[in-house]
Design a binder for this molecule. Structure first.
Ligand code: C2O
Ligand code: CU
Length: 589
């Protein structure tokens, strides 16, 4: 029996050591609670070595907790440390220990191994069902968002609330660039050569490129031809006024079949952005309802050649095909040409992208220029789901290849106009580190003073019934949307948010309406160019601190851009204390 216990204990140690590679935070939170539970029987054993009854009990208890630890870790119990979790970790074992004692004391203590085993199995099965039933109601659409998180700042009670529909972009009279978009179904060829029904804007994959110049006033009229559940357009990374943000049931109603909606915003920030439907995003973006939004700078000279590329969503291509963002993928480039590739990721997972054959710079992240980018070589880029990176280089007199590490077809090859050479498909080991890239510069956000509010968002998962099936649902602070307490801010606040990922999956966190300045990664301050982002990939075990200025009143989505995770609970809102929405219901994604 002791051998059994020791084996499980050894397993636990191995699990902890293995997890060291994915981060301290992970260990602290998951194993920190389990460790006392697993270690305590061994301490008790040494203390009570001489007393027969206790010795027997503790041995049984040891077996139970070891199995319980296996179970907790294997099922990724929603271990956000609330009261229930502590009960799971400590209360339940203590209860079991007590029952074992009663059994021993009053039933002669002659029960055998098989009783212990079947008893533990029963408890575990019961526990799974218990937690399923408890979680079953969490995802119902009629949830509420009554609970508010003020981030330790001033609790306000603004009487005169502004309707989100009043917070619009400029007038039709000042529009300088007009676009008409129709969302419709279309059967067409996908990268693997087969045909599929896609859902597209103007029948194009990717959607029509919106290329404007800084200072333009953009107007896009969206019409829904035949997308059953309705569509919207969200300008991902573009900090438009809330009424133009395209989130159904917050800033508008989804555009039903036959209906139209007009978006208008001033393009005052240059950079690489994208747009996509924000209704049932996982399905609709997956089917092709997205495209690129490029705002060219007014002054400084742009590159001689620009290429726009998106990693395809999984439904369109599961193996990392690059889709052209604007139909300009040259086969040959003249040596000496200054090239900019604007890369985006429409997939739900972070993508490993490689540019072989030339030194290059990452000129911008999420549309925000990097201050003095340095040359990179033999470095791959990891672009978060929903994120963008601009890559610049001077065309050499040999071939250059851009590809997704998963894509065996090899992505795009740009030959020099003077020679034809091979381009390597090697995948470098080194990953690009935005936290130390480029040169330091005073950023527009002064974070030297105290923050007005500080929020913490802990990412985790739990099992629950959803859509009639048992799913892995993704939680923020232990809650599923729409039950996650809203983050409350007042206009003008300087806010700090800490992201903690204690789950086993990546979570690319996207905040609407604001840019986030990354302050620290795993407790270490960033050292390079100010790193502004709208979609920050938080890996398992990682911790980030970000800051933003609350300067765009509204009710803003803050969600994971693995859109499957968003569908399965990983969404919440950032709400200004002076704003309300007249659109009821919370069935949107
Ligand atoms: Cu690109 Cu809320 O999404
Ligand atoms: Cu996620």
């Amino acid at each position: 029996m002791m051998g059994n216990v020791l084996l499980l204990f050894a397993w636990f140690v191995v699990a902890v050591v293995a997890s060291l590679s994915i981060g301290w935070e992970f260990i602290r939170q998951i194993f920190g609670m389990l460790a006392p539970m697993v270690v305590s029987p061994f301490i008790l054993l040494t203390i009570f070595r001489k007393r027969e009854l206790w010795n027997r009990l503790v041995q049984r208890y040891a077996i139970f907790v070891a199995w319980f630890a296996v179970f907790m870790i294997a099922f990724q119990i929603p271990a956000f440390p609330d009261g229930w979790t502590y009960f799971e970790c400590f209360g339940l074992p203590i209860l079991i220990f007590f029952l074992l004692y009663v059994w021993d004391r009053f039933f002669g203590g002659r029960f055998q191994m098989r009783w212990i085993v079947s008893g533990s199995v029963l408890v575990i099965v019961g526990f799974i069902f218990g937690s399923l039933v408890l979680n079953a109601t969490a995802m119902q659409a009629n949830g509420h968002e009554e609970s508010l998180d003020w981030g330790g700042g001033k609790i306000t009670n603004v009487k005169e609330l502004v309707d989100v529909t009043a917070l619009t972009g400029p007038d039709a009279a000042v529009v300088t660039k007009r676009f008409q978009f129709t969302a419709a179904k279309k059967r067409m060829e996908i990268p693997d050569g087969s045909k599929k029904e896609l859902w597209l804007f103007n029948g194009e994959l990717t959607g029509p490129v919106i290329r404007v110049t800084q200072g333009d006033v953009v107007e896009v009229t969206l019409t829904n031809k035949n997308i059953a559940d309705g569509v919207t357009i969200h300008w991902h990374g573009y900090d438009v006024p809330i009424a133009e943000d395209g989130v159904p049931d917050i800033s508008q109603k989804a555009v039903a079949i036959g209906e139209s909606y007009t978006y208008r915003f001033k393009a005052d920030t240059a950079g690489t952005f994208w747009y996509h439907s924000h209704n049932q995003s996982s399905e609709q973006v997956g089917h092709g309802l997205f495209g690129s939004l490029i705002v060219e700078p007014k002054k400084q000279s742009k590159e001689e050649l620009e290429i726009v590329g998106f990693v395809a969503p999984k439904y369109i291509d599961a193996s990392g095909a690059l889709l052209s963002g604007d139909g300009t993928v040259p086969k040959k480039i003249k040596p000496g040409t200054n090239v900019r590739i604007r890369l985006g990721n429409a997939h739900n997972k972070p993508q490993k992208l490689i540019l072989n054959g030339t030194a290059f710079q990452v000129a911008a992240i999420d549309g925000n220029a990097i201050h003095k980018p340095t040359n990179l070589k033999e470095t791959y880029l990891q672009i978060p789901a929903g994120g963008r990176m601009d890559v610049t280089f001077t065309m050499p007199n040999h071939a250059v290849r851009l590809f997704d590490a998963k894509d065996e077809r090899g992505g795009w090859v740009f030959q020099s106009t003077t020679t034809t050479t091979k381009a390597s498909m090697e995948v470098p080991d080194e990953v690009f580190k935005p936290e130390e890239y480029g040169e330091q510069q005073a950023s527009q956000l002064d974070v030297s003073a105290d923050f007005d509010r500080e929020f913490e968002m802990v990412f985790d998962s739990k099992l629950a019934f959803f859509d009639g099936m048992v799913h892995h649902l993704w939680t923020i602070n232990g809650e599923l949307y729409p039950n996650t307490p809203m983050l409350m801010v007042s206009e003008g606040d300087i806010v700090k948010t800490t992201f903690v990922n204690r789950s086993y999956s990546h979570h690319p966190m996207h905040l609407h309406g604001h840019k986030m300045l990354v302050l620290t990664r795993n407790g270490v301050a960033t050292t390079g160019s100010p790193w502004w982002t709208d979609t920050l990939n938080v890996k398992p075990g990682e911790t980030y601190e970000v800051a933003f200025k609350a300067d765009n009143p509204g009710i803003w989505m803050d969600h994971c851009h693995n859109l499957d995770h968003a569908t399965n609970g990983m969404m919440m809102h950032l709400q200004y204390d002076n704003v309300y929405t007249p659109f009821s219901g919370h069935t949107h994604e």
